[in-house]
Design a protein. Structure first.
Ligand code: SF4
Length: 277
């Protein structure tokens, strides 16, 4: 048996057993990333798509993703590479080394590419690939961006923080029970992650407003107050939900609600953006 310390789940795995996230496995008595270098997607994205609106606006980043996720959000926007049966087929994707993917960066510089983004699935369940690649990118004087659900352990953050310039972190709701029972996450872990990352990197936060899940004014005000107490310069992205994956029992969020929530958030935060509207 070996215990994985990468996220709050702390899976105890027998030899050969895969963790809850689908991306790590117990081999030789150790838990290793089986998704290391198994890329499911590579694309040049505008930085605003991460979303990061106050970090080199107008630039682009070469975005890479693997497979696996340690949460179980029923409205997942990326289920084909996170935790569906389809996602696990990327187990067989050709191996790409950090050196190989970094060697592609110069060809994108003419498109305003400032570096690499680790995104699409939950990148930190395979933090070793992020760390090794980010170190090379950093060595070339370029930038590294991580888009994460913010549930990795702080010891994982310590491994990558020397090389990461910016994060977009999901703060999916502000209710412990919803985090635990609906999303399979842990609110306090996310709050600790945000607080720690904010000490040494640029951070922006994203909240998808889902009808019936996190769309009360009271919850929004609690979430915004917590961010403002940490730093009212932290940008918040409020995004509109669309029925997807295992959550097709409700309509898309009203655009008017997103705009109203954005106005409320602006009472305490300096930078609030709306998404998918
Ligand atoms: S990263 Fe994966 S294997 Fe490790 S504790 Fe989290 S869910 Fe389990």
């Amino acid at each position: 048996m070996a215990r994985c310390e990468v996220c709050f789940r702390h899976c105890e795995l027998r030899e050969g057993q895969t963790g809850f996230c689908g991306g790590r496995v117990c081999e030789g008595g150790k838990v290793i990333a089986k998704n290391y270098g198994r890329l499911s997607s590579v694309a040049l994205d505008p930085i605003e798509k991460k979303p990061l609106h106050r970090f080199f606006p107008g630039s682009s980043v070469l975005s890479v993703g693997s497979f696996g996720c340690n949460l179980r959000c029923p409205f997942c926007q990326n289920s084909s590479i996170s935790w569906s049966v389809e996602a696990l087929s990327y187990d067989d994707a050709p191996l790409t080394s950090p050196e190989e993917i970094v060697s592609r960066l110069p060809e994108y510089s003419k498109y305003g590419c400032i570096g690499m983004a680790y995104t699409y699935n939950e990148p930190l369940i395979g933090f070793e690939f992020v760390r090794d690649t980010a170190k090379l990118v950093s060595g070339q004087g370029l930038k590294n961006v991580v888009v994460t659900n913010g549930t990795a352990s702080l010891s994982v953050l310590d491994e990558i923080l020397p090389f990461i310039d910016a994060f977009n972190i999901d703060l999916k709701c502000f209710d412990e029970q919803t985090y635990k029972h609906t999303l399979g996450g842990d609110l306090q872990t996310v709050l600790d992650f945000i607080t720690y990352a904010h000490k040494s990197a640029h951070i922006e936060l994203t909240t998808l407003i889902v009808p019936g899940l996190n769309d009360t004014e009271r919850e929004l005000r609690d979430l915004v107050s917590w961010i403002a107490a940490l730093d009212d310069n932290i940008p918040l992205h409020l995004s509109r939900f669309f029925p997807r994956f295992n959550m097709t029992d409700r309509a898309a969020t009203d655009v008017s609600l997103i705009y109203r929530f954005a106005d409320i958030a602006r009472e305490k935060l300096r930078y609030v953006y709306t998404g998918n509207c």
